[in-house]
Design a protein around this ligand. Structure first.
Ligand code: HSE
Length: 454
C-alpha cells in the first residue's frame, strides 16, 4: 500500500505549454488533486505553467498566478516536468535542462521524439530519471505502455495504426457522403479537426512521427522520422473511395511497422522471394478489407492493431487527439513518474538491442490493387497479364466491372480493369506499373493502391 499522501513531501510539477492539452492537464491536476495524491502517495503541486505570453487570454480554469514566461527558471524548481508545448525548440533544450537537473519528464511531443528521441533517452538514462511519452502516439489510447511494457515478453510482428484523426475523418467523410477530398478537408477545418494549414496531417508527417516511435518500441531498434516512407492522402480521389467500397474495402491512412524475415530466392512466396530481413516502416493510404477491425474506425477516432507472436491480434481504440483525452495520457505518465519518486524504482529505458535493418520503401512487400483503362479488344488482358508475369508479380484477381455511378469510363471501346495482385515487393510493382503503362492498348493507369490487413 502506498504511504499516506501526507507522509511524503509534495512533488513539484512544472507544465510547459498551456494550449488545448496544457489547459486540461492543469485543470485535472487541480480538480483531481486528492485522488492523485492518494494514488501517488504524495501531493502533486503544480508550481508553474510556462507560456510564451503570460498576458494572452486563457481559459477561466487556468490559475493565472501560475503563468510564467521564464521556462528555464520553472524547470529548475520542479521534480516532474510536463512538456506539451510542441515543436523541436525550445522543447528539447528545456527537457534536457530538466533531466540534467534530475527531474522526471513527461512529453507529448511526437515530432521531437521521432526526430531526436535518442538524445533525450540517453540523457534520462545518464541522469537516472524517467522519461514518459504515452500522449505522443494516439492521444488517449494506451499504446506506448502496452508495446513498451506489456508486450516486452512477446515478439511483435506487425503494427498497423490509424494514428491521425484528421485524415481518418476526411477519408471517412469521403466514404460515407461521396464528397471529394478538398470538400472533406474543408469540412474538417470548419469543425476544428484540421489545422488551417493541414499539411502535417494530410501529407502524413504527423502519422510518420508516430510510426517511428511505435516501430522503435515494437522492434527494439532506433527508427527516426527519416526512416519512415511517407505518402499522404492528397492523391486519394472520390472515385478511389467508391471503387474501394465496390470491392469490399475502405481507404485508411495507415502507419505500418512490420518485421520482415529474410526469404531466400528459392522459397515459394512468389515475388516476395529474396526479400531482405529488417523492419519496414511506412505511412500511406491503403485499402483495408471491411472485415478488418481497423475498417470500422470511424470519424476522427484512432486505433492501433498489433500482431504479436504469442498474444496474437490486439486492438487499441479511442480518441487520438483533443485536450482532455490527451491530458488523460499525460496524467497517467505523471502518476507513474511520481510513484517512482515516492516508492523508488524507475520506468523503462530505451531498448534498441535488436538493431534491425530499416528497409527502404522499395523493399516493402504488400498486395496491390491497380486500376487501369485499356482498349476493349481481344488479347489486351493477356498482354497486361504477361507484363505482370515478366516482373514476377502474381495476379490474385482481375475484374472488368460495370459499375454505374462508379466508373467514369463512358467511351466506347474502352474497358476498365481492376487487377489485385498477390504480395509483391514495391520495387517489382513499380517496374510492373511502368511496363504496363507503356503497353500500346493501355490508355491510363488510374490508380495504384496497396491492400493491407488482409
Ligand atoms: N493532428 C493529429 C490528428 C492530432 O489529426 O490526429 C495530434 O497528433
Amino acid at each position: 500500500m502506498p504511504p499516506a499522501a501526507e507522509s511524503h513531501p509534495p512533488l513539484r510539477v512544472a507544465l510547459l505549454g498551456c494550449g488545448v492539452v496544457g489547459t486540461q492537464v492543469a485543470r485535472l491536476l487541480t480538480e483531481q488533486a486528492d485522488d492523485l495524491a492518494s494514488r501517488v502517495g504524495a501531493r502533486l503541486e503544480l508550481v508553474g505553467i510556462a507560456v510564451r505570453n503570460a498576458a494572452a487570454p486563457r481559459a477561466s480554469s487556468v490559475d493565472r498566478s501560475l503563468l510564467t514566461e521564464d521556462a528555464e527558471g520553472l524547470v529548475a524548481r520542479a521534480d516532474i516536468v510536463v512538456e506539451v508545448m510542441g515543436g523541436t525548440e525550445p522543447a528539447r533544450s528545456l527537457l534536457l535542462r530538466a533531466i540534467d537537473a534530475g527531474a522526471a519528464v513527461v512529453t507529448a511531443n511526437k515530432a521531437l521524439l521521432a526526430e531526436d528521441g535518442p538524445t533525450l533517452y540517453k540523457a534520462a538514462d545518464a541522469a537516472g530519471v524517467d522519461i514518459y511519452f504515452e500522449a505522443a502516439v494516439a492521444g488517449a489510447i494506451p499504446i506506448v505502455r502496452p508495446v513498451r511494457e506489456s508486450l516486452a515478453g512477446d515478439r511483435v510482428r506487425r503494427v498497423l495504426g490509424i494514428v491521425n484523426g484528421t485524415t481518418n475523418y476526411v477519408l471517412d467523410q469521403m466514404a460515407t457522403t461521396g464528397m471529394d477530398l478538398e470538400e472533406a478537408v474543408k469540412e474538417a477545418q470548419d469543425l476544428g479537426y484540421a489545422e488551417a494549414d493541414p499539411t502535417a496531417d494530410v501529407e502524413g508527417y504527423d502519422a510518420a512521427a508516430k510510426a517511428a516511435i511505435l516501430a522503435s518500441l515494437a522492434f527494439h531498434t532506433r527508427v527516426s522520422l527519416d526512416d519512415v516512407a511517407r505518402e499522404g492522402i492528397m492523391s486519394v480521389t472520390a472515385e478511389d473511395v467508391a471503387w474501394a467500397a465496390q470491392t469490399g474495402h475502405v481507404i485508411k491512412l495507415l502507419a505500418i511497422a512490420e518485421l520482415r524475415e529474410g526469404t531466400s530466392a528459392g522459397t515459394s512466396v512468389g515475388a516476395a522471394a529474396g526479400a531482405p530481413a529488417g523492419v519496414s516502416v511506412r505511412v500511406h493510404p491503403a485499402l483495408v478489407p471491411t472485415s478488418h477491425p481497423l475498417a470500422n474506425v470511424r470519424g476522427s477516432f484512432n486505433a492501433v492493431f498489433v500482431e504479436a507472436e504469442s498474444a496474437g491480434e490486439l486492438m487499441f481504440y479511442g480518441r487520438g487527439a483533443g485536450g482532455a483525452p490527451t491530458a488523460s495520457a499525460v496524467l497517467g505518465d505523471v502518476v507513474s513518474a511520481a510513484r517512482h519518486r515516492v516508492l523508488g524504482g524507475k520506468g523503462p529505458q530505451e531498448s534498441t538491442y535488436a538493431e534491425l535493418a530499416i528497409l527502404p520503401a522499395s523493399a516493402a512487400v504488400t498486395r496491390y490493387q491497380v486500376r487501369l483503362e485499356v482498349d476493349d479488344r481481344p488479347g489486351v488482358l493477356a498482354q497486361v497479364a504477361h507484363a505482370l508475369a515478366e516482373h514476377g508479380v502474381s495476379i490474385e484477381a482481375v475484374r472488368q466491372p460495370t459499375a454505374p455511378g462508379v466508373s467514369d469510363v463512358a467511351e466506347p471501346g474502352v474497358a476498365e480493369l481492376l487487377i489485385t495482385t498477390h504480395a509483391a515487393p514495391e520495387s517489382a510493382l513499380s517496374a510492373t506499373v511502368a511496363a504496363v503503362a507503356g503497353l500500346e492498348p493501355v490508355r491510363t493507369i488510374t490508380s495504384v493502391l496497396r491492400v493491407e490487413g488482409a
